[in-house]
Design a protein. Structure first.
Length: 344
């Protein structure tokens, strides 16, 4: 700037004032850290369909529209989906369709209403060669219902899994690979996709400053040591203790089979129900969100591995989710968990 061209003729006082002025300008223009976006669970609208012909069933998509194929009752007793675009379905869901809550089928053709139990339903091939699912007990790996209306932030976990299903794709993996798995470049790619999904699908707007925070956040590969990073978190001592105890219990249960996953989901639901009765929490919304995301994320990663014929025992990527949520909100939770998985 112009004054720099005349420093040699300025007085010592003027020079000192110039230095102070520059320092003040630098401080004034520094990026201010903002509080992360953590929406109210009731703000997140997850659609539950009721019609087996024109509606949808809840899973890791807002809707599994029957428009993907045809819905029909086999022998007037068993509901089955047949998909005309089987390649697309296979790419998105692998070998198993996750029905994460019990679903009531409306009465059709004189048959009484029936409840389809939650669990993982294996895809099959119909006699006419199309990909299909038969929702029968013989074709199901039963798992305890994932949704818990007693947790006021339960919809945050549901939204988390919808976002993961949308973002964790071969295309995204290829984009991260193209930048040589560079952490900073990968964070930018994943943050952009996460922010776009949240705004488009849930009307949750993450401003530019917060997006930059997510992009520039340090990625700690030691996310599995939850007690260590909890001590450095902004949570109160009481909340650190409460969440630490929950994560201790969650970590003590291995999830290497659908039976173990069901046990884990059941235990986490009970812990959520107990948390509702806790009147000592300093930041209840954040803790309810963290527990919900922990439960949904671990379910997601187990289903993803099983459905793609990969080993069931996976690193604790779900803990990267919880750590990211505590440090930077839902957007950072998605980025940290995806980063842990893609750059493994």
């Amino acid at each position: 700037m112009t004054t720099r061209n005349f420093l040699s003729i300025l007085s010592l006082v003027t020079f000192s004032s110039f230095i102070v002025s520059c320092e003040k300008t630098a401080l004034d223009t520094a990026v201010v850290k903002v509080q992360p976006t953590l929406p109210e669970g009731s703000r997140i609208r997850i659609h539950f369909g009721t019609s087996t012909l024109k509606g949808c069933m809840y899973s890791f998509s807002n809707c599994i529209w029957i428009g993907w194929g045809n819905a029909e009752l086999q022998d007037q007793q068993k509901l089955a989906f047949k998909f005309d675009n089987g390649d697309e379905v296979g790419a998105e869901y692998g070998n198993y369709f996750p029905l994460t809550t019990n679903f009531t089928v409306e009465s059709q053709a004189g048959t009484p209403p029936q409840v389809i139990e939650s669990g993982l339903y294996r895809f099959q091939t119909s006699p006419d060669g199309r990909k299909m699912i038969e929702f029968s007990s013989e074709n199901c790996l039963p798992i305890a219902p994932l949704a818990n209306p007693n947790n006021p932030q339960d919809n945050l976990g549901q939204l988390h899994n919808l976002a993961m299903q949308s973002i964790f794709t071969p295309k995204t993996k290829a984009e991260v690979k193209a930048v040589g798995y560079d952490i900073k470049a990968a964070r930018k790619i994943l943050a952009t996709q996460s922010v776009q999904f949240l705004e488009t699908e849930a009307e949750i707007v993450i401003n530019d400053i917060e997006q930059k925070q997510i992009e520039n956040a340090a990625f700690d590969g030691n996310y599995d040591d939850h007690q260590a990073w909890l001590q450095n978190s902004s949570l109160s001592a009481n909340d650190r203790q409460v969440l630490g105890d929950i994560l201790d219990k969650a970590s003590s249960l291995p999830v290497n089979s659908t039976e173990q996953l069901s046990e884990f989901v059941h235990m986490m639901t009970e812990l959520e129900n107990s948390l509702v009765q806790n009147t000592t929490l300093d930041n209840p919304k954040l803790l309810f969100s963290a527990v919900s995301v922990a439960k949904y994320s671990r379910y997601y990663w187990y289903w993803k591995s099983l459905s793609n014929d990969e080993p069931a025992a996976r690193p604790n990527w779900w803990k990267a989710d919880v750590k990211g949520l505590i440090e930077g909100g839902l957007g950072q939770a998605l980025v940290d968990s995806l980063l842990a998985a893609i750059t493994k």
